[in-house]
Design a protein around this ligand. Structure first.
Ligand SMILES: [Mg+2]
Length: 467
């Protein structure tokens, strides 16, 4: 059986700050980056993983990945694959490294990269895309692959087993259905703060033409400006004449759209503040935006402030605006409390802020038990490639629903991956189906050579031109 013999890491940074891609009220200068790891074995089998950062500090994550990946060197892969929950426990249980977390911050996102690389290796070893590996698990295997430590007051392994068994019967039909239709998605690309009105209009119209019907806009820098941009976007997404040929308006009162403040074409607008406000400020600011009828406000305040989110949600109920958060929720315990405190309408897991697939599975189970929908965070670099797998697992074997869910999609940087995600003509994610793509995160060798920081050809050239 192959043994893990070592690893390689790469600090890869893309100069997205030059174009304003990814700008919001908090993150004004992003160079989308990947702290990338490849686990090596004494056979041809490898596993790729990464975590996402926005530039400076990516080197710190790469250093930390090495400390975490060291724990796997010498391990037998089949033993690890036989109990992925136990393998994850081992990764987070270093008696000294634990002090620099525990289970939060740099150490945790580094653990996410390593755990994701191990899952990628597992999927490759079985010649299945990651989602398919997991949806073919028995409920017992699924439960064994995740962790219940610190969350058993919200869900026990026995409850998880029962929940998964109840969903067994419909798995085949759901898999066939999502392969045919694709998984619902929404676009954020049109609504970055750094874009001109002309660019926003053009990108919104393009997104409508691609079949999208959920759109997200960044807010929080200037209320009057947000209102103006929001009205601009709404005027386009609510205009039935812009719908692609053959597409009729969706019923805003249908089960899929009810409660989402959909307009006359069935289009939905969401807003995202990226944590800029205090609690009271968030309530006042968002109440001033009711005219543009958002479905939810995303990350209204500090990501650790569970009770603050609950207060905001309660206050915005009368305006019929929901609350979403999770891309900076650093572990399953934060999600547990958000759910227990009734603080969110939508749980937005992040594929590599949580410590990889193993921890994500535990949040999917908890959210299903609480009846809260999961709409993963994506964008950045590599995140869209990752999250389609997670939403497929959620739909096919955990929640059993997808039509109220929407998975974030941003049309940036997919060209750097060997098996990039893709969107169909209905504005939905296609199902990854290449048996050798694992978790779809293998980055092209030439992209690494060009954008590795500080000595890739792009960064060298830029230093020369600046000198
Ligand atoms: Mg966000």
């Amino acid at each position: 059986m192959p043994k893990i013999t070592g690893y390689e890491t790469h600090d890869v940074r893309f100069p997205t700050s030059l174009t304003g891609d990814g700008t919001d009220a908090m993150n004004t200068d992003c160079d989308y980056s990947s702290a990338y790891v490849t686990l090596l074995t004494d056979s041809d089998l490898v596993g790729h993983g990464m975590t996402f950062t926005i530039g400076r500090g990516n080197d710190i994550v790469c250093t930390t990945i090495k400390a975490v990946a060291d724990r796997l060197v010498g391990k037998d892969t089949e033993e690890l694959f036989g109990n992925m929950g136990k393998a994850w426990d081992h990764l987070v249980a270093d008696p000294q490294l634990r002090w620099v977390g525990p289970e939060k911050g740099v150490i945790h996102i580094a653990t996410g990269a390593v755990n994701n690389a191990l899952w990628d290796m597992f999927a490759r070893s079985r010649s299945k895309p990651l989602w398919k590996l997991i949806v073919d698990f028995t409920p017992e295997e699924f439960v064994r692959s995740t962790t219940f430590r610190y969350i058993s007051d919200a869900i026990t392994p026995e409850e998880a087993l029962e929940l998964l068994k109840a969903k067994e019967a419909g798995k085949k039909e759901r898999e066939a259905k999502v392969r045919e239709l694709g998984y619902p998605a929404y676009v954020t690309s049109a609504g970055w703060l750094g874009y001109s009105d002309e660019k926003i209009s053009r990108l919104t119209k393009e997104a409508i033409a691609h079949g999208f019907n959920h759109f997200k806009m960044k807010v929080g820098a200037d209320q009057a400006d947000d209102l103006r941009r929001g009205k601009l976007i709404r005027s386009l997404i609510d205009d039935p004449t812009l719908l692609p040929e053959g597409v009729s308006p969706r019923d805003p009162e249908s089960d899929d759209l009810k409660g989402k403040n959909a307009g006359p074409t069935g289009s939905v607008l969401m807003i995202d503040a990226n944590q800029v406000w205090d609690v009271k400020q968030a309530i006042d600011y968002v109440q001033g935006l009711t005219e543009i009828k958002p479905w939810f406000i995303e990350e209204p305040t500090a990501p650790d402030d569970i009770l603050g989110h609950a207060t905001i949600r309660k206050a915005l109920k009368s305006s019929n605006i929901g609350v979403a958060t999770g891309e900076h929720a650093h572990n399953r315990m934060v999600f547990k409390q958000l759910l227990q405190a009734d603080a969110v309408d939508v749980a937005q897991i992040d594929s590599c802020r949580l410590a990889g697939v193993t921890e994500v599975l535990s949040v999917l189970l908890m959210a299903a038990k609480f009846g809260t929908i999961v709409c993963p965070h994506a964008g950045g670099v590599g995140l869209c490639e990752y999250v389609i797998h997670l939403s497929l697992i959620d739909y096919i074997c955990v929640s059993g629903n997808m039509e109220r869910n929407v998975l974030e999609y941003v049309d940036h940087l997919h060209e750097h991956f060997y098996t990039p995600c893709s969107i169909n003509a209905r504005g939905r994610y296609n199902v990854p189906s290449n048996p050798s793509e694992g978790y779809s995160i293998e980055m092209k060798k030439e992209s690494i050579a060009e954008f590795e920081w500080p000595n890739g050809t792009y960064w060298q050239g830029r230093r020369k031109s600046e000198a």
